[in-house]
Design a protein. Structure first.
Length: 363
């Protein structure tokens, strides 16, 4: 079967259909990772997006329950140069085609993903539609122009009710903006008693659990669309140590008066170099975001810049010393990606211990 990918600027790609049948709309983005396609498909931060994998062969090692980052796929579509229908790996439980069919994700293969990526790099991410149907082109264009990107993505990916993952260590309340399993695994590996709470929980509801620290997860969408959560964070800052990643990082900065802006094509991949200004060391990081904190807006907020992206100089981390809070734009849980920054979870543990003793926190 054939499939088509149409971009909002009128660019049309024709290729081969795989995965679920039908028609799907979303924001077209690209990911530069060579592996990790199943983690990408199940990362809630990709809600509402169609992901182009720049690596040319996808599906060769199949899919397995061990590589899930959430209980379902959140992407609106998958775009690849070539997919492998017969995987070869001892852990493989199904092909990527069968996985996409089960998850209802429409996909297209056989197109020039290098050309598509160049278009997105030059003109920025844009709306698109993947279809395996015989919809007339003009009708498809009209439907695409009428499509609007959702502004309530986090409401679709956050937990509906609080739940606890018992542990013998420090209690951490994790605000779920679209948390990945890798974040939970990293906290559990350190013995934390984790309480996962809905994104729109109040400060009173959060503190009622008696947390020694609060962690704010990754998540999809524009952080500026979440003023209620920003207000909640303002109430929490200074009362308890805070660690934010990705969306959590952006919301922490907004709560202190900084500003965010949309990147032209975002950072999505597993090989982004980030410099730690505290030590001068450069880490390879896993990233997935379309928005970034404006460095110029950090002035007079109390936020100290701690990390920068070596590719484009954008903000990758901040530290709020007096209030015992810090955050990074990238994914230290590294699923998929390198685990260079895994020690940030240890720093969070140390911060909570120091805060409990009433000492001066150092991160």
């Amino acid at each position: 079967m054939t499939a088509r990918l149409l971009l909002e600027d009128g660019t049309l790609f024709e290729g081969l259909h795989f995965g679920a049948s039908g028609e799907s709309f979303g924001e077209v983005v690209f990911n530069t990772g060579m592996t990790g396609y199943q983690e990408v498909l199940t990362d809630p931060s990709y809600y509402g997006q169609m992901v182009t994998m720049t690596y040319p062969l996808i599906g060769n090692y199949g899919c397995t329950i061990d590589d899930l980052e959430s209980t379902r796929s959140h992407v609106r579509g998958l775009i690849v140069r070539e997919y492998e229908p017969v995987p070869s790996h001892f852990k493989s439980e199904s092909s990527i085609h069968d996985f996409l069919v089960r998850e209802g994700v429409v996909a297209i293969a056989g197109i020039d993903t290098r050309q598509l990526t160049r278009i997105l790099r030059v003109h920025g991410t844009m709306r698109g539609v993947i279809t395996s149907l015989d919809t007339p082109l003009e009708e498809l264009k009209r439907k695409l122009l009428d499509y609007t990107l959702p502004t309530d993505q986090i409401a679709h990916v956050t937990t509906k009710a609080a739940y606890r993952l018992p542990g013998e260590g420090l209690r951490v309340v994790l605000l779920d903006f679209g948390v990945k399993m890798g974040v939970l695994r990293s906290l559990r590996a350190r013995g934390c008693d984790v309480v996962v709470m809905p994104a729109y929980s109040t400060a009173q509801e959060i503190m009622a659990w008696g947390p020694r620290g609060v962690m704010m997860s990754n998540g999809p969408g524009d952080p500026a669309d979440l003023p209620e959560i920003v207000d909640t964070l303002r109430e929490l800052i200074g009362r308890v140590p805070i660690f934010g990643i990705c969306m959590g990082h952006q919301l922490l900065c907004l709560a202190r008066g900084a500003q965010t802006e949309k990147l032209r094509f975002g950072h999505r991949g597993v090989n982004h170099p980030v410099k730690d200004l505290r030590t001068g060391r450069v880490y390879m990081t896993s990233q997935n975001h379309g928005y970034v904190v404006k460095e110029s807006s950090l002035q007079d907020t109390g936020l100290l810049l701690t990390h920068i992206n070596q590719n484009d100089g954008t903000v990758e981390g901040v530290w709020l010393k007096q209030e015992s809070a810090f955050s990074v734009q990238y994914h230290p849980e590294a699923r998929p990606g390198p685990d260079d920054s895994d020690a940030l979870f240890d720093e969070f543990i140390q911060l909570m211990e120091q805060f409990s003793r009433g000492g001066v926190a150092h991160v």
